[in-house]
Ligand binder design. Structure first.
Ligand SMILES: Nc1nc2c(ncn2[C@@H]2O[C@H](COP(=O)(O)OP(=O)(O)OP(=O)(O)O)[C@@H](O)[C@H]2O)c(=O)[nH]1
Ligand SMILES: [Mg+2]
Length: 193
């Protein structure tokens, strides 16, 4: 079986680290930001997964939709080690793309931007119905947000008309990498949906 998936999320969320662990089992603390995109192939049993890993810096975010078209699933990676905002601090401010003034020193900003980027992406008509896996990574860090926190903060229950899952994972100590791979392998090839 051949699948194609696309991994997106904010810069330094941990996308490339995850893809490296999926592809080769290797984790490195020394990472360089992805410029543009990388493609890696992940083999699991008789399933080959072509993985598009897109840069998360603001200038690459407009590429996400293009690479997500026609894949079997979208993986959105968030950094769960970023402190959670105060209750109610993450609000919808009407879409992503620079219209929002952000304070980079404010941890609620990162959650808010991630939430806005995710909701803007899944609202794209071309991506309608694509299964979504939100991965809250870096759960090896003390005080990391749980999957339940992420579901609430990012309002994942409001994302309708597609399969949505959320796992808390760590690439560093390889927590829930197995369930992530099982979720990916269970997708149907694009076109077969
Ligand atoms: N503690 C911990 N650190 C992690 C984990 N995954 C990634 N990191 C660290 O987070 C930083 C960013 O990781 P990357 O994988 O490069 O992040 P990215 O999402 O690919 O970033 P861009 O390519 O800029 O979009 C690196 O210092 C990683 O070592 C994890 O599971 N646990
Ligand atoms: Mg990267």
């Amino acid at each position: 079986k051949h699948l194609e998936i696309c991994v997106v999320g904010l810069n330094a969320a941990g996308k490339t680290s995850l893809v490296n662990v999926l592809a080769s089992g290797q984790f490195s603390a020394e990472m360089v930001p992805t410029v543009g995109f990388n493609m890696r192939k992940v083999q699991s049993g008789n399933t080959t997964i072509k993985v598009w890993d897109i840069g998360g810096q603001p200038r690459f975010r407009n590429m996400w939709e293009r690479y997500c078209r026609g894949v079997s699933a979208i993986v959105f990676v968030v950094d769960s080690a970023v402190p959670l905002p105060r209750e109610g601090a993450v609000q919808s401010s009407g879409g992503a793309g620079g219209a929002t003034t952000t304070d980079p020193s404010d941890p609620s900003t990162s959650w808010q931007v991630a939430t806005e980027e995710l909701h803007a992406l899944v609202a794209r008509p071309m991506l309608a119905g694509l299964p979504l896996l939100v991965l809250a990574t870096k759960n090896d860090v003390k005080g990391a947000a749980s999957a339940e926190d992420v579901i609430r903060i990012m309002r994942l229950e409001t994302i309708a008309n597609r399969e949505v899952s959320c796992y808390s994972i760590s690439s560093k100590v390889q927590t829930n990498i197995d369930v992530t791979l099982r979720w990916l392998c269970a997708r149907s090839p694009a076109g077969a949906r």
